[in-house]
Design a protein around this ligand. Structure first.
Ligand code: SDX
Length: 382
């Protein structure tokens, strides 16, 4: 590796490397806290709604009642999607993972956006696109789930919130208020998280002056991986594999012995625990008691105690989210798509921020390969 090639500090995976300036959220690893535009995420989850959070992320301030009513009305009228989206989803094999379905759905949706031809730098058009994206994500995930079962898509009810709409379309029945409230809190917690891999990928995409939808598709493709958003689905499969609390200690001992990555644990930023996990764990455990199924919470305690004692590693948001969603009877492979339903609000906020003061994101590579070789004609090569 040539010395001159490293004028700046290099860190694998860009760990600890500031890659931009943002006003959208702040993660405090030492205090295990997360704030969206200055508001503690626990306050937003406890006292607000996902729609208030989405407005805050997109428009930069908490809405007053008039602004929130107007925002909810705009979202409500934008829940429906063009039939072409459903036609595309019907063309996919029913075995397609819902993350690939929602990624495909957004690619199709983009072409039908009324502001499709607007330049990427049109701020007002981007805000209109962002609201349509937030409004429609849940519709496409839930109706995509219906389509893969051979069912017809359901028309959204414009009076429903994002959570109510998702549950109504996913189940085909009126949304249970308690379930909708818990889902709503999880959407607030999942909405935004700084320069995580998928949000940063989104910013790289729009930094070329590509459009908001291209950034969303990039984000979804990046979120899909099990080291990132895909962890909530994998964590639930792990809990089901363990099965009973009596199996948990032997399972985790063997997993650590064989150097397995425990899904739903660890975080690049939080080194003393993920504040969102603490909040969601309370919800998940209370659900277990209410549903008469506390075994996942009991397994969780054993895994968390062992990971903390042996490796000083803590659960992240995906771990409690997994068994909370399971107890809410949500299909396991919809867990990461639900993450998308929430995170598109953060993706759009970051894309709009990037475009408002843009500089192409293009880091250097440290070259570590061969150089100045002599070309050998094909006939002379061994
Ligand atoms: C999300 O960035 C974000 O903000 C993401 C997110 C968001 O809201 O957008 O918070 C959402 O993606 C949460 C993370 C979900 N992913 C997982 O749960 C997958 C399992 N977690 C790990 O793969 C890992 O913890 C990462 C990827 C999340 C973070 O890894 P880092 O920072 O790259 O740390 P590392 O892999 O270099 O690990 C450091 C040490 C290693 O031990 P040694 O090899 O040095 O002995 O900690 C160990 C790792 O083996 N370790 C784990 C572990 N996580 C780290 N060991 C077992 N199980 C784990 N989960």
């Amino acid at each position: 590796m040539s010395e001159s090639a490293t004028p700046y500090p290099y860190s694998p995976g860009l760990e600890g490397v500031p890659a931009g300036v943002s006003q959208i959220s702040e993660i405090d690893s030492d205090r295990s806290s997360l704030q969206y535009r200055g508001y503690d995420v626990h306050d937003l989850a406890e006292h607000g709604s996902f729609e208030e959070t989405a407005f805050l992320l997109l428009h930069g301030h908490l809405p007053n009642q008039h602004e929130l009513t107007d925002f909810n009305n705009r979202l409500g009228t934008e829940r429906e999607v063009p039939d072409a989206v459903y036609t595309a989803l019907q063309a996919l094999p029913p075995t397609t993972h819902p993350m690939d379905s929602i990624r495909t759905a957004f690619s199709v949706l983009a072409a039908f956006d009324p502001d499709y031809t607007e330049p990427a730098t049109n701020h007002e058009a981007n805000l209109r696109k962002a609201e349509r994206i937030v409004a429609k994500a849940g519709t496409m995930v839930a109706n995509g789930h219906r389509i893969r079962q051979g069912l017809n898509p359901i028309k959204p009810n414009p009076e429903h919130t994002t959570s109510e709409n998702f549950l109504h379309l996913m189940t085909g029945t009126a949304p249970d208020p308690k379930t909708a409230h818990l889902l709503d809190a999880s959407l607030t917690l999942y909405a935004e998280h700084g320069f995580n891999a998928s949000t940063f990928a989104n910013r790289v995409t729009v930094s070329t002056l590509s459009d908001l939808y291209s950034g969303i598709v990039t984000g979804i493709g990046t979120l899909r991986g099990p080291l990132h958003g895909g962890a909530n689905e994998e964590a639930m499969r792990m809990l089901l594999e363990i099965g009973e609390p009596s199996n948990a200690q032997a399972w985790i001992d063997d997993a650590l012995e064989t150097k397995k990555k425990i899904m739903g644990f660890g975080h690049r930023e939080y080194k003393k625990g993920d504040s969102r996990a603490m909040y969601l764990t309370k919800i998940a455990k209370a659900l277990g008691i209410e549903k008469g199924n506390t075994k996942f919470g009991e397994i969780a305690d054993i895994l968390e105690d062992t990971m903390r004692e042996r490796k000083n590693i803590f659960p992240n948001v995906d771990f409690p989210a997994s068994y909370a969603y399971y107890l809410l009877d949500i299909p396991i492979d919809l867990y990461t798509p639900i993450f998308v339903v929430a995170r598109v609000s953060g993706y759009c906020a970051h894309a709009i921020e990037q475009l408002s003061n843009n500089r192409l994101i293009r880091p250097k590579a440290i070259f570590d390969g061969p150089a100045n070789l002599t070309y050998v004609p094909l006939a002379d090569r061994a």
